[in-house]
Ligand binder design. Structure first.
Ligand SMILES: [Zn+2]
Length: 222
């Protein structure tokens, strides 16, 4: 493997907010049909380029990664990494990315689904104050699944205790839902670039509760 030197200093013009794109910027990997698959870092992207796995790239060019010297041409290889990298082949298991897919439940994406708001008091809280509340408590047969969990601040969660919202005299501000695959990828993203967002949005239905909930963040700026 060639030694890699990464630089953000010589970014081409026209990149999407290139100044903000540090080397920790996540890149969106899709299959050849454009189905979002996962977030990868620039190292993984360069590996895909080197292995000839990249079908095409779109979005804004973010990094130029210099590789090794080619003995025959005496030229140094250069890989330009874009914000969206489409790789050869289709999603391994199509069912994974289509109807019926249930993403793994974890607090990071649950809190993101609910916009980091407590769905009882409606207020923003720091991450360490957020908890996973089971709408129907586990002790009452509720399940630990997307459709039965919401983000709640510690205070509201403690107040609710082992009761249902009605039993505790509390009102849920939004109905919990199971994210689709594309929504899950969106929820896992950190500092999603505008072009990546646009790409993901194309895979999120108009009537998605996520669009409604994050309307301002997702719909603005266009
Ligand atoms: Zn609360």
């Amino acid at each position: 493997m060639v030694a890699m030197a990464a630089s953000t200093a010589d970014l081409p013009a026209g990149g999407q907010d290139p100044a903000a794109a540090g080397l920790d910027q996540q890149l969106l990997r899709t299959d050849a049909a454009g189905m979002p698959l996962e977030w990868i870092d620039f190292r993984a992207a360069v590996r895909l380029y080197c292995l000839g796995q990249v079908a095409y790239s779109c979005g804004s060019p973010l990094f130029r990664i210099r590789g090794g010297w080619n003995a025959r041409s005496a030229r140094r290889s250069m890989v330009e990494v874009h914000s969206i990298v489409a790789t050869i082949g289709r999603a391994r298991r199509l069912a994974d990315t289509h109807d019926g897919y249930v993403p793994p439940l974890n607090n990071q994406t649950l809190f993101a689904r609910d916009g980091h708001l407590c769905l009882y008091c409606g207020e923003h809280h720091p991450l360490h104050e957020l908890t996973r509340d089971h709408v129907t408590p586990l002790s009452r047969g509720g399940r630990d699944s997307w459709g039965n969990v919401v983000t709640a601040c510690r205070r509201c969660n403690n107040h609710k205790g082992g009761r249902s919202p009605e039993g505790a005299g509390m009102q849920l501000l939004a109905v919990p839902f199971t994210p689709s695959y594309a929504e899950y990828i969106y929820l896992k993203g950190r500092r999603i670039l505008a072009d990546q967002m646009e790409f993901l949005l194309a895979h999120i239905p108009r009537n998605s509760p996520l669009r409604v909930r994050l309307g301002r963040a997702m719909g603005g700026g266009r």
